[in-house]
Design a protein around this ligand. Structure first.
Ligand SMILES: [Zn+2]
Ligand SMILES: [Zn+2]
Length: 328
């Protein structure tokens, strides 16, 4: 099979011909139909998040079909059974986090496309217990961005409680999904983009944002919550300044540049600052049940497997709106 492989920090992914993987106990063999491109993949390429044992096939927003050969692939028609494979690939199930509904914080967790080979390939294997069902109303390509941008975005939105006025800083794959969920939940979305990025601001308004502007601008009303998707620490004090008393800023990325010092007064009055790490299977099931009700529609740019590096550089440069998906 063909795969795009990470070797070391600073090098583009390398095209490789490798054997189709053999599923182990409890694993499914999956033919990859679509795999979303995540900002986390840029952090892996750039060494901001470590890949412990390269070479590694990246990609953790996988939609595919179960193939004969895996343990869980017994039934008739299994060639048609679609599954999604998210970032959370395995947990120990025994630590205090796993036992208290917080498997996203399991210290022994293995993550797809970082610790386990992922979806930038024609086939992959995945632990069946961590695979998620794909709603029937979604095509493979349309569903792929839900698998991380959607799921981790959903977890971040959960951290906002019942906040009505929600700011989204960085209007990329996650925000374009969440904006639709927020509008459906009768929340008001305030979209913050790079200064002067009028096409993304127009895109945000199209998806239901009541206001869109540059990240240095103040929103017309103080926010009750803000989610920061862009990996830019300087956004933290800006978002805190945009918050009403009692509001929360949620940092949704796995990596962020350093946060500049800021006066205590912008945190005072019970404003809160927190991060979101990974996802639980519960997040996955809840979001994938919610998405077709909204219904969330994803805007997708597709790339051939061999063009994975171009997809990643387009993401870095902000050359598309919505999400990028690789179609092997
Ligand atoms: Zn991701
Ligand atoms: Zn655990």
């Amino acid at each position: 099979m063909r795969a795009m492989v990470f070797d070391e920090v600073g090098r583009p992914l390398r095209a490789e011909e490798r054997p189709i993987p053999t599923p182990g106990a409890g694993q499914l063999l999956i033919r990859v139909h679509a795999c979303g491109v995540c900002r986390t993949d840029l952090h892996l390429l750039d060494g901001e998040v470590d890949v412990p044992n390269p070479p590694r096939v990246l990609g953790h927003m996988i939609v595919g079909t179960v193939q004969p050969g895996g343990e869980g692939a017994g039934g008739a028609g299994d060639g048609e059974r679609r599954v999604g494979v998210p970032w959370l690939g395995w947990t120990d199930g025994t630590c205090e986090y796993c036992l208290s509904g917080r498997e996203n914080l399991c210290p022994n967790a293995l993550f797809t496309g970082r610790d386990i080979d992922g979806g930038y390939a024609e086939f992959t294997v995945a632990d069946e217990r961590y695979c998620l069902p794909i709603p029937d109303s979604y095509s493979d390509v349309q569903a792929a961005p839900l698998m991380c941008a959607g799921l981790i975005g959903y977890r971040a939105l959960r951290m906002c409680g019942d906040a009505r006025r929600v700011g989204l800083y960085g209007f990329g794959d996650s925000a374009h999904i969440l904006a639709q969920v927020c509008a459906w939940q009768d929340r008001e979305v305030y979209a913050f983009t790079r200064t002067g990025d009028e096409s993304t601001q127009a895109f945000a308004r199209e998806l239901g944002a009541v206001w869109a502007g540059g990240s240095e601008q103040a929103p017309p009303e103080p926010l009750e919550a803000a989610i920061i998707f862009a990996p830019v620490g300087a956004l933290v004090p800006l978002a805190l300044r945009a918050l009403a008393p009692g509001g929360t800023v949620v940092c949704a990325g796995i990596h962020m540049s350093d946060i500049p010092p800021f006066p205590y007064s912008i945190l005072w009055e019970e404003r809160a600052l927190r991060s979101v790490a990974n996802l639980t299977r519960r997040d996955g099931h809840e979001m994938l049940a919610l998405a077709p009700q909204v219904p969330v529609q994803t805007r997708v740019s597709t790339y051939a497997l061999e063009d994975a590096n171009r997809a990643l550089e387009d993401l870095r440069a902000g050359r598309f709106t919505g999400a990028a998906v690789i179609v092997p």
